[in-house]
Design a protein around this ligand. Sequence first.
Ligand SMILES: Nc1ncnc2c1ncn2[C@@H]1O[C@H](COP(=O)(O)OP(=O)(O)OP(=O)(O)O)[C@@H](O)[C@H]1O
Ligand SMILES: [Mg+2]
Length: 248
Amino acid sequence: MTQLAIEVGALAKVFGGLAAVDGVSLSVPAGERRVLIGPNGAGKTTLFHCITGTLKPTRGSVRLFGRDVTRDPEHRRTALGMGRTFQITNVFPDLTLLENMTLAIVGTDRRKWVMHRAVAAFADVRRQALEGLEAVGLAGRAAQPVKLVSYGERRQLELALALNTRPKVLFLDEPCAGLSPSERQRISKMIAGLPRDITLVMIEHDMDVALGLADRVTVLHQGRVILEGTPDEVRANAEVREVYFGHG
Ligand SMILES: Nc1ncnc2c1ncn2[C@@H]1O[C@H](COP(=O)(O)OP(=O)(O)OP(=O)(O)O)[C@@H](O)[C@H]1O
Ligand SMILES: [Mg+2]
C-alpha cells in the first residue's frame, strides 16, 4: 500500500459563524501531485493554513506520513518535512538574493555554527545557496538586492527558500498569482520540473496549469470537497463546470 504523505480527517475551521472549511477529509499519497481548485472563498487557503499549522482548526486532524501533527506548531511541521512558500515579507529586501539564501541555509542547518568551523563551512553554504538559486532559474540574479528584482523573481525566490527546507511535501498557494504570462509559464515549468519524490499540494486558479500538472484534483466548494478525481474526470464533471465555471 502506498504511504500517505498527508491525511486530513474531518477538518473544520469556523470564523465567527462562518465555516470556511466544513468537514474536509483528504488523503494525498506520497509522490502525488494534487491540485486544489474551487471558486473564490471556497476555503482553499484556510485549509492550507490549517494543514501547515498557520491556523488552528476548530475540529479535525492532520497527519503527516502517518504521524498526528494536529497540535504541532508550524516550525515543528517544517522540521518534519512540511514545506510551503514563505511570505516574501520574511526576506531582507536590502540584502541580495544570494545573501538571503545563505541566511536561510544557515538558519535551517542543524549543525552547530561554531566559529572555528564557520570559515571552512562558508564555501559549502555559498555553493548550496547558489545551487538553490540556480534550481529556480535565478543564478543570474544572485547579486541583486531583493528590492530591485521583479515580482516574478521574488516568487521564484520564495520557491527557492521553500525548497531549501528540503520538504517531503510542498504546499504552494497560487504560485503564479499576479505574474505576467511569460513569468507564469516559467514558474509552472519550474514546478513541473520538481523532483517527483516531493509530494506536491497546490492551489491553482488557472485550469490549464492545474489540470496539466495534477495527478489528481480536489474540488472545494463552500468549505467542502465536492469532487476528487483525475484531471479528465474533473473536466467532464457537470457540477464542477457549474460551480467553477458558472455554466453547465
Ligand atoms: N481570518 C479570517 N477571518 C474571518 N474570515 C475569514 C478569514 N480567512 C478567511 N475567511 C473567510 O473564509 C472563507 C474562505 O476563505 P479562503 O481565503 O480560505 O478562500 P479561498 O478558497 O482561498 O479563496 P481565493 O480563491 O479567493 O483565494 C471566505 O469567506 C473568507 O472571507
Ligand atoms: Mg486563497
